[in-house]
Design a protein around this ligand. Structure first.
Ligand code: IPM
Ligand code: MG
Length: 359
């Protein structure tokens, strides 16, 4: 369990509350090992990720994480060398634990229709897709350097992918598609980038092994537009690291709030790290205003993918849907819904109660 920075501790507290209550109901026990990552690790140990944290994480079945980072304008963490900032810890733990497949879900719940910023006729077509973002390769992990050339600074980030890196996440994408609506969209920039052309080639070859999956190829600029124009067309979206980072933020807003988007970062096997897609929101930290639902839904993903507790996962997801009929955190509230505004802790309590009261 990594609470992290900003709103991290508050939202994790609520996810733990819901997990414990769900475990009690379904007859299993959760054991939490607290670990440090990000800013709080810098404060204690001078680095955002310690070998100890990596070693401890490896002894667990899964990692549940809040959020890391601070306000770059005011936090002393951002006066450190980029390699020692909170975000480096997050990238480091993803790499160290082999978490190459990041799943970010966008589902528009009926009861959140009014929180959706898209036109009603578009929202009514239904939104239910998952972005599979490659998480340990590409630009974020390629060689980086800043040098002086001809009297001026030149900065370089290398974007490279190998066939095997593409294939191992594409397998997860095809398998997900088979369990869903059997539609896969590869998002790339194959009209410009060499690495994208390799993604197309590998995915195109693999498509032959999945004849039932309808495979579509889309340039990332068009995908950014299609996500708001007609999001109902997407089922599984497969893409490289940076495109996935950008599109998943857009995808979260399409379903009402980034405070609703859970994520699962999976390694080979059943191990995974589960964290909300949103950041640490230092501006509202400690005010009992943060929406804990993305973290609670990430905990449900953890029950499903790493702990083998599918029924418990569904119970948590159902509880969230039930609670949204009556209560909202401020980020989800719109003028024309007749729900009550609640804080972080009360929201967690409501979800736990809803799990407890399920038949
Ligand atoms: C995310 C975040 C991270 C990323 C940052 C904090 C390094 O934006 O999880 O999407 O880019 O992966
Ligand atoms: Mg991001």
């Amino acid at each position: 369990m990594i609470k992290g920075d900003g709103i991290g501790p508050e939202i994790i507290e609520q996810a733990v509350r819901v997990l414990d209550c769900t475990a009690g109901k379904f007859g299993f026990t959760m054991n939490y090992v607290p670990m440090d990552l990000g800013g709080c690790s810098i404060d204690k140990y001078g680095v955002p990720l310690t070998d100890d944290t990596i070693a401890q994480a490896k002894t667990c079945d899964a990692v549940l994480m809040g959020s890391i980072g601070g306000d770059p304008k005011t936090s002393p963490w951002y006066r450190l060398d980029p390699k020692k900032r909170p975000e480096a810890g997050l990238l480091g733990i993803r790499k160290a634990l082999g978490l190459f497949a990041n799943l970010r879900f966008s589902v528009l719940y009926d009861d959140l229709m009014d929180a959706c910023p898209l036109r009603e006729d578009i929202a009514r077509e239904g939104i239910d897709f998952v972005i599979l973002r490659e998480l340990t390769g590409g630009l974020y992990f390629g060689e980086k350097k800043t040098e002086t050339v001809g009297g001026e600074e030149v900065a370089t980030d290398v974007l490279s992918y190998s066939e095997s890196e593409i294939r191992r996440i594409a397998v997860k994408a095809f398998d997900s598609a088979m369990l869903r609506r059997k539609k896969l969209t590869l998002v790339d920039k194959a009209n410009v980038l060499e690495s994208s052309r390799l993604w197309r080639k590998v995915v195109g070859e693999m498509a032959k092994d999945y004849p039932e999956v309808d495979v579509d190829y889309m340039y990332v600029d068009n995908a950014a537009m299609q996500l708001v124009r007609r999001p109902s067309q997407f089922d599984v979206v497969l893409t490289e690291n940076m495109f996935g980072d950008i599109l998943s933020d857009e995808a979260s807003m399409v379903v009402g709030s980034i405070g609703m988007q859970p994520s699962a970062s999976l390694a080979e096997g059943s191990f995974g790290l589960y964290e909300p897609s949103h950041g640490s929101a230092p501006d509202i930290a400690g005010q009992d205003r943060a929406n804990p639902l993305a973290t609670i839904l990430s905990a449900a993903c953890m029950l499903r993918y790493s702990l083998g507790e599918e029924e418990a996962a569904c119970a948590v997801e159902r509880a969230v849907m039930d609670v949204l009929k009556l209560f909202r955190t401020p980020d989800l509230k719109s003028e024309n819904d007749n729900t009550a505004v609640v804080g972080t802790a009360r929201m967690g309590e409501c979800v736990a109660e809803a799990v407890r009261n399920q038949k």
